[in-house]
Design a protein around this ligand. Structure first.
Ligand code: BGC
Length: 413
């Protein structure tokens, strides 16, 4: 059987997308600007801050063996160097709940959202962020490290470069001057628009340098407290392909989005790979979705086998063990999600059969949640949430993946 003993099966969330009330971070700030590009504010999200015990118990009951979640920096360090004991205790209780239910806690230290004070200091283009993040990593590991199973420093430091291929993030800070949300943000913070640098949106050289240095300093800080803890970052790697005429564009995108960050990963304990589909280039740029292909709720082609290619690419270039830390589909038709998981799990199994060291498969997402600028429209969850009453309903794909987890991949009903 391809899945080795101890292979982890999990689902993932991120604090800002599920907790609710994250009013001290930069995303909340962006959500509420007059000319925000966020479709709606995150508000109460799915109230996971309060309901985490039930949610964790439910995931365990379904059969999962791991849970990936993030700690919210703005809650833990509401002002620079000021630590919030109650927030720290909250995450301790989450970790304890995971252990109680036999779930390996995979903790992301930074999943897109940062304290608003960090944004005001220049965010992810300011060199000072490197030490700020390292200090946060030290504190979290000192306080919680004894209970953390696997540590992820930064979530998707390369996402901005993938978004830049779609024209959603800027490669040049000066371009922010023409964008109303950055103008509003700058005005509110007393910065020029080009000085506003949140994590997801800046595909600049300065952001690359800061993220890489922050990852390395964060990793070293975690290791200094707990040398045995496995530490890595998690990358947004699309399966980048081309049709005739698109070779050069595909090669340069692959270099900027995937290859550069995988080379930077060498020397880490592992790399987390997060793949949703493929990105195809033709002579004119991004190729249209092939005629007749099924699409997700965002109009993108459903292409579950992408994860096999990106895991192989990661193992070959980064030369470290691989975790699938996110993989999933936004759809209102759960039969499509189940079929997606089935094919994706098979693609991972084939990687293992070929000798690639894959440590676990973590689906995105445990719960339908706040999909950043797209608000609550897209639904990636294996558990549906009726938000006005915060009621959870497990989808068939969740039951299915839980059964696969229970049998360590041998039963795929
Ligand atoms: C992120 C998640 C996000 C998911 C689906 C990844 O880019 O880590 O926060 O919800 O993809 O778009």
């Amino acid at each position: 059987m391809a899945f080795p003993d101890g292979f982890a099966w999990g689902t993932a969330t991120a604090a800002h997308q599920v907790e609710g009330g994250n009013s001290a971070n930069d995303i909340w700030f962006l959500e509420h600007l007059p000319r925000t590009i966020f479709r709606e504010p995150s508000g109460d999200a799915v109230d996971h801050y309060r309901l985490f015990r039930d949610d964790i118990a439910l995931l365990a009951r379904l059969g999962f063996t791991a849970y990936r979640f993030s700690v919210e920096w703005a809650r833990i360090e509401p002002e620079p160097g000021v630590w919030d004991a109650a927030a720290t205790q909250h995450y301790r209780e989450m970790l304890e709940a995971c252990h109680e239910h036999g779930l390996v806690p995979i903790v992301t230290y930074h999943h897109f959202s940062s304290p608003l004070w960090l944004l005001a200091e220049g965010g992810w283009e300011a060199a000072s962020t490197v030490d700020r993040f390292a200090r946060f990593c030290t504190y979290v590991t000192e306080q919680l490290g004894d209970l953390i199973g696997v540590a992820c420093t930064l979530n998707e430091p390369n996402l901005a470069w993938l978004l830049a291929e779609f024209g959603i993030a800027e490669r040049d800070a000066a371009a922010r001057v023409n964008q109303p949300m950055w103008v509003d943000a700058g005005a509110a913070l007393g910065l020029a628009p080009h000085e506003v640098a949140p994590f997801q949106f800046c595909a600049t050289e300065a952001a690359y340098q800061v993220k890489l240095a922050a990852h390395r300093a964060g990793r070293d800080s975690i290791k200094a407290v707990r040398p045995d803890l496995q530490v890595g970052w998690t990358l947004a790697n699309s399966d980048i392909q081309w049709v005739p005429g698109g070779e050069d564009r595909a090669a340069s995108a692959r270099e900027a989005v995937n290859v550069r960050f995988l080379l930077d990963t060498r020397g880490d304990d592992f790399v987390g790979i997060q793949t949703y589909g493929r990105t195809v280039f033709d002579a004119a740029g991004l190729a249209p979705v092939p005629a007749g292909a099924s699409v997700n709720t965002m109009g993108e082609e459903i292409y579950p086998r992408a994860i096999g290619s990106t895991v192989r690419e990661a193992a070959e270039i980064a030369q470290v063990p691989v975790w699938v830390t996110e993989n999933g589909l936004t759809t209102d038709d759960d039969t499509q999600r189940l079929a997606y998981f089935r094919e994706a799990v098979t693609a991972v199994e084939e990687c293992l059969a070929d000798g690639i060291d894959v440590r676990g498969y973590v689906a995105w997402s445990a719960l339908d949640n706040f999909e950043w600028i797209f608000g609550y429209g897209p639904k990636f969850g294996i558990i549906a949430v009726d938000r006005p009453i915060q009621e959870r309903t497990v989808k068939p794909s969740g039951e299915w993946l839980g059964r696969v987890a229970t049998s360590n991949g041998s039963i795929r009903p």
